[in-house]
Design a protein around this ligand. Sequence first.
Ligand code: A3P
Length: 287
Amino acid sequence: DPDGKVVFRVVDYEGARFPVGVFGNVLNSLKALDKATFKDSDVFVVSYPKSGTHWCYEIVDMLRNNRAEFTKHVPPLVGMLPAEKLMQVPDGVLVAHLLPRHMPKNAIQKRCKLVHIYRNPKDVIVSFFNFLKKTKDGAMMQDMEFDVFFELYITDQLPGGLWTKFVKAWSDFKDENPTYPILNICYEKMKKDLKAHVKMIADFLQLKPSEELIEEIAIKCEFQTMSKFKNSNIPEDMHMVTDVKSNHIIYRKGEAGDWKNWLKVAQSEAVDAEVEAANIPLEIQYT
Ligand code: A3P
């Protein structure tokens, strides 16, 4: 932070920063990814943190299992979990906050399907701030003001790096591999019409769920219903990440536009300028 205190313990891996702490030896896990093997049918939800990863994960998992039931485990996080665990994940659905160049080579070779969910970066920053405060990794952040966190973000000092770099890297990947099966999902659009997005994801995965199932998944995955379930079924593994036991720390507000309660005009403009400078393509549009 500006006073020179260490806020996050991070490690540099091939030009990107990763958190160390709760996940143990992340470098080993990242390096081992090149040796990991996957099934052609495995699906990866890729995202910048706090963009609706868990939401998307549950939808993909429900569709693959042809039933509208939530998982009770923490989604398997590629690059953070030891690689051998990734090869035996339930249901062949994984999540990754990784740049394309850090994705497991075998998964890309096999053309595993990727669902990329993105969200307005201003809401992402707010969600990140509130989330990290509740994690063990963010223990040093307890008294941090939002303005200090924002400054760390915009000067590219957070684990995960800048949203723009992440999103641009994935859209460049698509440009360079035009036939690669990757679906872009916009958080805000999915919130507006969840049913249409469940259908869109099913089509992309080449699944044919019944109309009733699509409807049921869409109802269950509304924020209120989903967070209620998750708050009363907190996975055991969450104790690695947080000491908070009263509720599930992922499910906070689930809104589009909460950033208006947090960002000052100058901060909002700084994000706009950063997005504009990064030349984010038209297919990555948010509200
Ligand atoms: P907020 O902190 O703004 O509430 P991730 O899964 O990538 O960590 O993202 C977490 C964010 O997604 C949180 O945002 C969380 O509330 C939101 N989220 C989770 N489930 C959701 C749902 N069913 N509908 C809308 N937003 C959801």
